[in-house]
Design a protein around this ligand. Structure first.
Ligand SMILES: C[S@@+](CC[C@H](N)C(=O)[O-])C[C@H]1O[C@@H](n2cnc3c(N)ncnc32)[C@H](O)[C@@H]1O
Length: 270
């Protein structure tokens, strides 16, 4: 297990994932919400550590925080980053566990899975002031299926590192299993965009089994170099009403503001 999200925290892909995650959390629904996070990570990242070496946060969250005229859904994420850094610097970046824990509301619950013990220890620390947010050490795919079976129409975030060849298959099959058992569940799957064939294979696996699905892509450059993360997508199974406009807003801003020549956003449904 070599993946360290601390190198990537606050990059353009986190901005897409987290701005849309906040929108999903704010979407109206009847009753309290359970949120399940298959790959939770550390919960909070110090951008002066690994992130300073990678410079990914420089090109992502630091540009978000200094941008004028941000659209509302990016503003909502900027507010969360601001609340994480009360002294006004952009030193810490909140991961999905913290963003979710802060928005749980009355009766809401969070369960996050993290396989790497030292990262799980950081996650426990990050969530210590959030009694309704629980972290578990272990495999998030199996854990999410078991946890979703106990919850009513949960929101599930599947955010693997894609360092294992079976991550695409397991992500798709976990989403399909949860949705088939509970048609009210919403499942958001983050993926990198490197080459189109890998992504198409993933979409083909979901198609026809997962039900209505929204694909929100932010392409920062043409997908010509499969060795690079040229963009990212959030694939939302059973999206709430208004998801297409939300995805257009987030992916359009990220591609248009942070992308190279030839950047574009693509939002579509199947
Ligand atoms: C992309 S990071 C998660 C970032 C987090 N969701 C966020 O948005 O802040 C992926 C994490 O998954 C962990 N991981 C890898 N395989 C896992 C598995 N099968 N189950 C649970 N966690 C896993 C890695 O250790 C890493 O911390």
């Amino acid at each position: 297990m070599n993946y360290r999200h601390s190198f990537h925290a606050g990059n353009f892909a986190d901005l897409v994932k987290h701005a849309l995650l906040l929108w999903l959390l704010d979407a109206p629904r009847a009753g309290a919400r359970t949120v399940i996070d298959t790959h939770a990570g550390a919960g909070l990242y110090d951008l002066t550590g690994d992130g300073a070496r990678s410079k990914e946060a420089e090109a992502g969250v630091r540009r978000l925080m200094s941008a004028d005229g941000r659209p509302p859904l990016l503003d909502a994420l900027a507010e969360e980053v601001g609340a994480t850094n009360p002294d006004g610097a952009v030193r810490f970046y909140p991961g999905s566990p913290l963003l979710i824990a802060r928005r749980l509301g009355e009766g809401g619950r969070y369960v996050g899975f993290e396989l790497n013990p030292p990262v799980r220890a950081l996650l426990v620390e990050a969530l210590k002031n959030h009694p309704d947010a629980e972290s578990r050490e272990g495999d998030g795919y199996d854990g999410a299926i078991a946890e979703a079976a106990q919850a009513w129409s949960p929101l599930v975030l599947i955010d693997p590192p894609f360092e294992r060849p079976d991550d695409y298959v397991r992500a798709a099959d976990t989403a399909i299993t949860i949705r088939m058992r509970d048609p009210g569940a919403t499942i958001a799957i983050w993926t990198p965009l490197k080459d189109l064939e890998t992504f198409d294979g993933f979409i083909r696996r979901l198609n026809g089994k997962a039900g209505p699905t929204l694909v929100a892509e932010a392409r920062l450059r043409p997908l010509t170099n499969p060795m690079k993360m040229n963009g990212c997508a959030l694939v939302v199974v059973n999206p709430p009403p208004g998801a297409e406009a939300a995805a257009d807003e987030v992916c359009g801003w990220v591609a248009g503001t942070l992308g190279d020549a030839g950047a574009r956003s693509e939002v579509w449904t199947f």
